[in-house]
Design a protein around this ligand. Structure first.
Ligand code: ATP
Ligand code: MG
Length: 447
């Protein structure tokens, strides 16, 4: 992409309402624009990040055996009356009346709709298990939308729903999502810690919030230090095999959010291994049994020919919130520092003297070669001053920068900068292309 053709409306001043780094940088780097409280337009740069996050989420859902679909944003109130959540949901639900006076709503989540879809399409236990998901905008009229996309009113969520014959079988579905979540966040460069969460009236141990530690997180969390060193399960996990060991590996040490905190248990951990910190909830998985299937009569014929309500779970990921969480994890004073797998572009190419035939030709050549190798480049071909170009690239935070200017090119050299480490090196043009291509490809490998 040539910057002269792109749309990148940067802000010079730090917006007063933005209290945390991610909110500040998303506005300053022209990633989003607030349209109303908690409602954002995703400008081209932000949109590219959102799509990358979404794609990683999708790949890991597919790997775990979930099947993608798409439900509408607008739902009929009737379904919610069946489950008795229409009144219970309260003011967070945006209620709408259509021209015929019918009660509608902008979906805050999809348990009711998916249950209705399931009951109209599945009759027998032989068709189980099933896992269905979609990635769709949700609306919750949050009391205090804040921190930009972290707590929006309109936000993008991936939500999966599992259907099993027995509670035991549902545990396997739950474990599949547990592992998919660890992999999803790790692939983006985030260390997520599954923490025990409230299970509501059904009890049990099958609810976890996936937390990314960050000083600006809204949740207060407590965990064992060694959880910060765990690695993600590999891509070749057999999702139909025994998943217990992977789950145990990540749940045997203490980890809980404030609501579930057990002070006594926490204090049994040696002092130096106790972590009390703040965190961002990026995902939440939940087994709720027959709560909706009973209320909405989503039954299947069991092996003995008797109808039984199906056992369900739901599994959410905050796709748009992750954009903010990633910046909280990766930034410095100058701006964002995107990990390669979620970077809006992999490389920023800076031409320090637009109009100089040799430099223009060298840049155009590098641009073509990188793009041909599958490396995404944002080429700054504008006539801005060098200082402005450097600051702009640092702000938007592409992981690699290649700079071509009169001084270096005189000796056939380009400057390559790693935005994460700040390290710079001068390399002959072809080597620069090869080096950056290898670095990007390595970082994109899925293991
Ligand atoms: P929270 O406690 O943060 O309000 P929740 O328990 O209401 O979250 P879920 O209903 O489990 O969240 O939604 C699944 C995921 O969607 C959450 O883990 C979070 O990442 C994301 N999410 C929830 N509410 C918002 C919001 N207002 N803005 C952005 N993302 C959100
Ligand atoms: Mg909420």
């Amino acid at each position: 992409m040539y910057l002269s053709k792109f749309y990148l409306p940067l802000m010079k001043e730090t917006p007063a309402e933005a209290q945390i780094a991610s909110h500040r940088f998303m506005l300053r780097a022209g990633m989003v624009r607030q349209e109303s409280a908690g409602i954002y337009s995703w400008l081209p740069l932000g949109h590219r990040v959102l799509k990358k996050i979404e794609q990683i989420v999708r790949e890991e859902q597919d790997r775990a055996g979930a099947v993608e679909m798409l439900m509408p944003t607008i739902q009929s109130a009737d379904l919610w009356k069946e489950s008795e959540r229409y009144d219970a949901y309260g003011k967070e639900m945006l209620r709408i009346t259509d021209r015929h006076g019918r009660e509608m709503l902008y979906g805050p989540t999809n348990e009711e709709m998916i249950t209705a879809i399931f009951r109209s399409g599945v009759r027998s236990y032989k068709e189980l298990p099933k896992m269905l998901y979609h990635i769709q905008w949700k609306f919750r009229d949050e009391v205090r939308p804040r921190f930009g996309v972290m707590r929006g009113r309109e936000f993008l969520m991936k939500d999966t729903y599992s259907f099993d014959l027995t509670a035991d079988a549902a545990r396997q579905s739950y474990y599949k999502m547990f592992i998919a979540y660890l992999r999803t966040f790790a692939r983006m460069g985030l260390r997520s810690i599954p923490m025990k969460a409230e299970t509501g009236p059904i009890g049990g141990d099958l609810s976890h919030e996936f937390i990314v530690l960050a000083e600006t997180g809204e949740s207060e969390v407590f965990c064992h230090r060694d959880l910060l060193r765990k690695t993600m399960p590999p891509a070749n996990v057999d999702f139909d095999g025994n998943l217990e060991s992977y789950v145990n590996e990540h749940t045997s040490l203490y980890a809980a959010t404030e609501e579930m905190h057990d002070k006594e248990a926490f204090e049994k951990i040696p002092e130096e291994a106790r972590v009390s910190a703040r965190g961002i909830e990026v995902g939440h998985i939940f087994f709720f049994g027959t709560k909706y299937s009973k209320a909405m009569k989503a039954n299947v014929l069991g092996a003995e020919g008797k109808e039984v309500p199906v056992e369900m779970g739901s599994y959410g990921i905050g796709v748009s919130r992750l954009t903010g969480a990633l910046i909280e994890a990766y930034h410095d004073e100058q701006g964002c520092k995107w990990p390669v797998p979620v970077a809006p572009f992999h490389v920023g190419l800076l031409n320090l003297k637009v109009g100089d035939e040799k430099i223009d030709a060298a840049c155009a050549g590098i641009y073509r070669q990188l793009e041909a190798a599958g490396v995404e480049v944002l080429y700054d071909d504008t006539r801005a001053r060098p200082g402005e170009k450097f600051a702009r690239m640092d702000l938007i935070g592409l992981p690699w920068q290649i700079t071509i200017g009169p001084r270096g090119l005189g000796n056939g050299l380009a400057e390559v900068k790693n935005r994460h480490t700040g390290q710079k090196q001068e390399l002959p043009l072809q080597e620069a292309v090869g080096f950056v291509t290898r670095q990007v490809k390595d970082a994109l490998k899925v293991v």
